[in-house]
Design a protein around this ligand. Structure first.
Ligand code: ADP
Ligand code: MG
Length: 292
């Protein structure tokens, strides 16, 4: 049967915007040694905006943008939505229709449009060496500003890049500093590039970061963290975070995250409120002192 102290801690959590799906999670939280965070939508707001676009010499920028946006309109990735919005806001032209489209999760989108082959996505998706050399290495500089770089390839040639910036939540630094002061190791897991990951990790104050993760890689990294630290939590918001949330000792979802993340998690932060994690740990430690 559930202990009165557990029950009172759960209802206390609910009053403060932290939903525990059972007493065992409070117990696990009190022993936490490390927390892994997803980047996009968790440490950041998850609403990227286009900041820069560069096209290869001799190409028509507006044409490349319109076609890239037309392809991205068939993806529901946050980067895709931002590119479509940017095209609508700056060109105001009707999108065109690709003959075929393939959304390659964790990498980008492939399409056939007006008899040409297009690929839009990360460096490895279009060929890393060409991506890094493009426009005098522009991607490296933009990524160092914490921007995410999306490359556009047309018939096997790089046609351009689009840089997007997603802002770190106002409360992220404070939330991470609180956890660090409790002796908890903090690390960010992201599908984004090394350079972008490094910049956002520094802005967020997390101690470590692992970039270029695929959803499977996030699971592998969590297993490693569990071996190294013992009790480990994962905080995420997306469908692609669900396997990692399930692998962690405590899965924590952002309240405005995807349904799959909310269902898989053990703890839900009702208002996306990251500083609540330190509060939840406090609550669990106090409860365990009462129970024992
Ligand atoms: P994260 O773990 O950071 O949320 P994802 O796993 O969703 O990232 O994607 C990893 C990377 O793949 C993105 O940073 C982006 O470079 C690329 N990518 C994925 N989908 C798209 C898309 N629809 N358009 C452009 N790039 C994409
Ligand atoms: Mg996310």
């Amino acid at each position: 049967s559930i202990m009165p102290a557990t029950l009172s801690a759960i209802s206390n959590g609910a009053k403060h915007g932290i939903l525990f799906k059972g007493g065992v999670h409070l117990e696990n939280l009190s022993h936490l040694k490390a927390i892994a965070f997803d980047k996009t939508g968790t440490l950041t707001k998850g609403k990227p905006e286009v900041t820069n676009m560069i096209v290869a010499d001799g190409l028509d920028r507006d044409e490349v943008l319109l076609k890239a946006a037309s392809i991205e309109s068939h993806s529901n990735h946050p980067l895709a939505n931002a590119i479509v919005k940017y095209s609508k806001d700056t060109l105001g032209k009707e999108l065109v229709h690709p003959e075929s489209i393939e959304d390659v999760s964790g990498w980008g989108v492939k399409a056939h449009l007006e008899n040409e082959d297009w690929k839009i996505g990360k460096a490895d998706f279009v060929g890393r060496s060409a991506a890094e050399a493009f426009s005098g290495g522009a991607a490296v500089e933009l990524a160092a500003e914490g921007k995410t770089i999306v490359f556009i390839e047309r018939n096997g040639q790089l046609a351009g890049l689009i840089a997007l910036k997603d802002v770190v939540r106002e409360e992220t630094k404070q939330a991470i500093d609180l956890l660090k002061s409790e002796g908890i190791y903090t690390v960010m897991l992201t599908g984004d590039s090394q350079n972008t990951g490094k910049a956002i990790a520094a802005e967020s104050h997390v101690e470590g970061y692992i970039a270029e993760c695929l959803p499977e890689t996030k699971v592998q990294e969590l297993k490693k963290l569990k071996e190294q630290y013992g009790q480990v939590a994962m905080v995420g918001d997306g469908i692609n975070d669900a396997p990692a949330l399930a692998t962690a000792n405590v899965g924590i979802a952002m309240g405005e995250g995807s349904d799959v993340a909310l269902e898989t998690a053990d703890v839900v932060l009702m208002k996306n409120d990251l500083p609540k994690i330190a509060e939840a740990i406090d609550l669990s430690r106090r409860m365990n002192r009462i129970v024992k």
